[in-house]
Design a protein around this ligand. Structure first.
Ligand code: CA
Length: 224
C-alpha cells in the first residue's frame, strides 16, 4: 500500500515511515501540510496517517480541505492522549479512524489494513483469487497451498492488483504503488521485470497485458 504520513515531529515521522516500510508499505513522510497537500494532489495514495497537532494549519484544517476537494483517501488521525475534542473533531471532519499517541506500530499497521479492507469492500482478512491466497498481515502468499517467496516489490505489486481485481492499470499508475519519492528512479523496464517474476512464480496469466492500455490481474478463469 502506498501511504502518506503528515507528522511534524522530527523523530516520530521518520520512525512511523520506517516501521510502515517494514510492514511492506511504500511510504512518503512530510512534516509540512503544504508539501503533503501537493503530493496528495499528484499521487494515488491508499491511505493517509495524519497528525492533528501541526504548526500553522492543523491536521483538521487539511483534512477538511481534502474532503471538500473530493479526496476520498482513507485517513487515520493521530491525537494526543487528552485530545478527546480533537478526536471527535477529526472524525466529524472526515477521518476514518484514529490512534492515540504513543503509537504501537503493530496496531497502526493493523488499523491501516482494516481501513483498507473497508475502503475496498473486502470482508476477509486473507485475500483469495483462484488458487492464490495472500495474508497481508503475515505477508505470506500461497499458490495451490505452496508458499511463494516474493520480493518486497513483487509483493507490493501483487497486493495492489489483488486490492482492485478488475482495475486496468497504466504502467505509471502501477509504478507509483511500488516506489516512494525517496527511491531512486527505477529502471525503465523494472515493472516488466517484476511482472515477469510474478508470472514465473505464480502463474503465466496472473498479470494480463491489455495492449496499449496497461495491466490487470488475470481473471480466475484464466488461472486454472
Ligand atoms: Ca505534532
Amino acid at each position: 500500500m502506498r501511504l502518506l504520513i503528515l507528522e511534524d515531529d522530527q523523530a516520530l515521522g521518520p520512525a512511523l515511515a520506517a516501521g510502515l516500510r517494514q510492514h511492506g508499505h511504500v511510504v512518503d513522510w512530510f512534516d509540512q501540510g503544504a508539501k503533503a497537500h501537493s503530493a496528495l494532489m499528484g499521487t494515488d495514495y491508499d491511505a493517509i496517517v495524519l497528525d492533528l497537532g501541526l504548526p500553522g494549519d492543523d491536521g483538521v484544517v487539511w483534512l477538511r480541505r481534502w474532503r471538500r476537494e473530493g479526496k476520498q483517501t482513507p485517513v487515520l488521525v493521530l491525537t494526543a492522549r487528552d485530545g478527546l475534542n480533537e478526536r471527535i473533531e477529526g472524525l466529524d471532519s472526515g477521518a476514518d479512524d484514529y490512534l492515540i499517541k504513543p503509537i504501537a506500530m503493530d496496531e497502526l499497521a493493523a488499523r491501516l489494513r482494516a481501513m483498507l479492507r473497508r475502503a475496498t469492500g473486502q470482508t476477509q482478512s486473507v485475500w483469495t483469487h483462484a488458487a492464490l491466497q495472500h495474508d497481508p498481515s503475515t505477508r505470506i502468499t500461497r499458490w495451490r497451498d505452496q508458499v511463494v517467496e516474493l520480493t518486497r516489490r513483487e509483493m507490493s505489486l501483487l497486493e495492489t492488483l489483488l486490492m482492485h481485481p478488475t482495475k486496468v492499470w497504466s504502467k505509471a499508475q502501477l509504478q507509483s504503488k511500488l516506489y516512494d519519492w525517496g527511491d531512486s528512479e527505477p529502471e525503465s523496464n523494472a515493472l516488466e521485470v517484476h511482472i515477469h517474476h510474478l508470472r514465473k512464480k505464480i502463474h503465466p496469466n496472473i498479470v494480463r497485458n491489455i495492449r496499449g492500455v496497461g495491466y490487470v490481474l488475470g481473471s480466475e478463469s484464466l488461472l486454472s
